[in-house]
Design a protein around this ligand. Structure first.
Ligand code: ATP
Ligand code: LTN
Length: 334
């Protein structure tokens, strides 16, 4: 607990440009959580280097993601928004937890198998121990809840196992985190292959709406979105393309799928796609404007980066010192 509130941690990697899926499935929901929880939202740049990155590009993307967190409505006075690499406790705790994690456990992680298959020329040890770093992120802040997508649940499970194992040896050192499954949090699918999720690393640019896409691009991508031959706007999972478009329209307008079915009863897909495109443009416009304004204000962003890293560090060090003491590292002489 911090200030009488439960603690929440989540993070995103600064790899690729954020998509509408990242916004509707994660960022938008994060904004609503800050009244109930004490929130830490990190730009997890240590995780990003498990895949080779161009240094200048990584630095630029990390700053852009941190700025987008704020543009999306995360108030940096209320939420701790910071770069993972600015708080050394993540790396330090990660090393310690590596020594309490079994190879066999890590071998079962499906994300490692997927990423190793994708990057056969660079199957590094960091890629293998990625979940341990994620466990360190979470456990460092005595986190109670972690909003994550389904793909990350396995990593949360191993985090809980590591924490319980550690606590069983040394007493109650770590809080045991629970996944936070949002009420809405729809999974947004690719516009070109609606059985797959919309993902920032998709090679086909028409498959994803990027948060920085201009209105013409957004309208064009929806116009080209894959649908079906049934020619009716029905909320039917078997009409995967239309189902996805209804989810997007619903998330952007607050209308229910039933209301949307009624609104487009008897109308063609062309009309519906145009309406979805407009709804998305209306959601992206204020976000893009806030982002552009923030980018002009370098001093403000710099101050957020500095102050929030200090805040995060304060809590991180508390847990880290406790852990170091428990495992028998020599005391620091002041
Ligand atoms: P990558 O393509 O690099 O794997 P990604 O777009 O799948 O990236 P992540 O960085 O894995 O995104 O996820 C960041 C957050 O966005 C997570 O909380 C995840 O659940 C959420 N998210 C990602 N894609 C979607 C989607 N299509 N629908 C809903 N939520 C999503
Ligand atoms: N692995 C996550 C990003 C991530 C994260 C975390 C999420 C790193 N550390 C801690 C929640 C809690 C991803 O790729 N989406």
């Amino acid at each position: 607990m911090i200030d009488g509130k439960k603690i929440l941690f989540s993070g995103m990697q600064a790899t690729g440009n954020l998509t509408l899926g990242n916004y509707l499935g994660a960022l938008k929901n994060w904004v609503t959580l800050c009244d109930e929880y004490k929130c830490f939202y990190s730009v997890v740049d240590l995780h990003s280097i498990t895949v080779r990155q161009d240094p200048a590009e990584l630095r630029k993307r990390a700053r852009s993601l941190l700025t987008l967190y704020i543009a999306a409505g995360l108030d940096p006075e209320k939420n701790c928004i910071y770069y993972q690499s600015h708080v050394s406790g993540h790396s330090e705790l990660s090393w310690i937890l590596n020594c309490y994690t079994y190879m066999g456990e890590l071998n079962r992680m499906t994300q490692f198998k997927d990423k190793a298959a994708k990057h056969t020329d660079n199957i590094n040890a960091g890629l293998f121990t990625y979940p341990v770093l994620m466990a360190a992120d979470i456990l460092l802040y005595q986190t109670d809840v972690v909003p994550v997508g389904k793909d990350q649940l396995q990593h949360l499970e191993i985090t809980r196992d590591i924490a319980q194992r550690f606590n069983a040896i040394y007493g109650d050192v770590f809080a045991i985190p629970e996944p936070y499954i949002g009420k809405t949090g729809a999974s947004i699918k690719s516009l070109q292959a609606p059985e797959k999720k919309m993902s920032k690393s998709d090679e086909n640019p028409n498959a994803s709406i990027y948060l920085m896409d201009d209105p013409d691009t957004v309208m064009r991508k929806f116009k080209r979105a894959v649908t079906d031959l049934q020619a009716q706007v029905r909320y039917n999972p078997e009409q995967a393309g239309i189902y996805n478009l209804i989810n997007i329209y619903s998330a952007c307008t607050g209308k229910t799928p039933e209301e949307i079915e009624r609104e487009f009863d008897g109308k063609g897909y062309g009309d519906f796609k145009a309406a979805v495109g407009e709804a998305v443009v209306n959601v992206l416009r204020p976000l893009q404007e806030r982002y552009a304004d923030l980018c002009k204000n370098k001093d403000y962003i710099d101050s957020v980066i500095k102050n929030n890293a200090e805040k995060a560090n304060y809590y991180a060090v508390k847990t880290l010192r406790k852990v170091q003491k428990k495992i028998g590292f020599p005391e620091r002489i002041r």
